[in-house]
Design a protein around this ligand. Structure first.
Ligand SMILES: [Zn+2]
Length: 275
């Protein structure tokens, strides 16, 4: 099973001005949208989609002025998932599965570009996005990104326990090699996506943390910009901290078998690209 790591978006968030002093190399002054392209025997699969073609055509209408101001996205054609697949000879209908960590607009934007692809999402997140109950939920989800009627596969089983985290939902259509791992707090139903490898696991942790140092097993700490964005965007602070606690434990106790990365930290993408 081949896995490719993609960057589907570049953000020059206000907070990322503070990232250089917290980064490993000292050069990261932007955020990325880390996505996976999985060549699974049961069908080509993508984890998170970044922005879509329509978002680029009408950013103010589809992404909102608030997001554009806070995140200052680059919105380039070359970063779109559909273009990156095209350069690999993959047409939209070749993509069988999209797995979403959550439905924030920078993760679900390209759904309209793949109308016939099955879209997997946790039931709690699906509910939050379709019935937003707070000001922030109304801003962060953009129903225009799914008003074409995606082929939803909403996962609502009690689930199993994965590495001590309850409620994990194996995706049967992918032979259980890919699981949704509940890590709520940033959004109501945010999940990590765990992928079983020949040896060990990959865990795409979505926006459950923003910067690698937040789960550093030696001395976890949080940049002021991360703390601000967590505070601004979280729907449930105690649950977010509990989720972060799970990730710190995995980073400390299972580093040899689970490789963890988050959605927006460029220092976590670079090592995969240079392999
Ligand atoms: Zn995000």
């Amino acid at each position: 099973m081949q896995i490719e790591h993609l960057n589907l978006g570049t953000l020059h968030a206000l907070g990322s001005l503070y990232f250089p002093q917290w980064s490993r190399s000292g050069t990261e002054d932007h955020l990325i949208c880390h996505s996976l392209l999985i060549d699974h025997p049961r069908g080509l699969t993508v984890v998170d989609t970044g922005f879509g073609q329509e978002d680029l055509r009408a950013p103010k209408e589809r992404l909102g002025r608030g997001f554009l101001f806070m995140s200052n996205p680059q919105l380039s054609e070359e970063e779109l998932l559909i273009r990156q697949l095209e350069t690999r000879g993959i047409s939209p209908d070749d993509l069988q599965h999209i797995v979403l960590t959550h439905m924030d607009l920078d993760h679900a934007g390209a759904l309209p570009d793949f109308p016939r692809t099955r879209v997997h999402v946790h039931a709690t997140e699906f509910e939050a996005a379709h019935h937003p109950s707070t000001w922030m939920e109304n801003k962060r989800y953009q129903p225009l990104q799914w008003d074409h009627g995606p082929q939803w596969r909403v996962h609502d089983q009690p689930g199993t326990t994965w590495m001590g985290i309850p409620g994990a939902q194996p995706i049967d259509e992918l032979d259980g090699d890919v699981l949704l791992i509940p890590l709520p707090g940033h959004t109501r139903g945010l999940c990590g996506v765990a992928i079983r490898l020949d040896k060990g696991w990959l865990l795409h942790a979505g926006d459950s943390y923003f910067h690698r140092l937040e789960i550093d097993p030696n001395r976890s700490r949080m940049a002021p910009s991360s703390a601000f964005f967590h505070w601004l965007l979280q729907v449930d602070g105690p649950k977010r901290r509990e989720s972060l606690g799970h990730l710190r434990r995995l980073a400390r106790d299972h580093a040899d078998e689970i490789e963890i990365f988050s959605a927006h930290d460029p220092s976590e993408l670079a090592p995969f690209l240079s392999r």
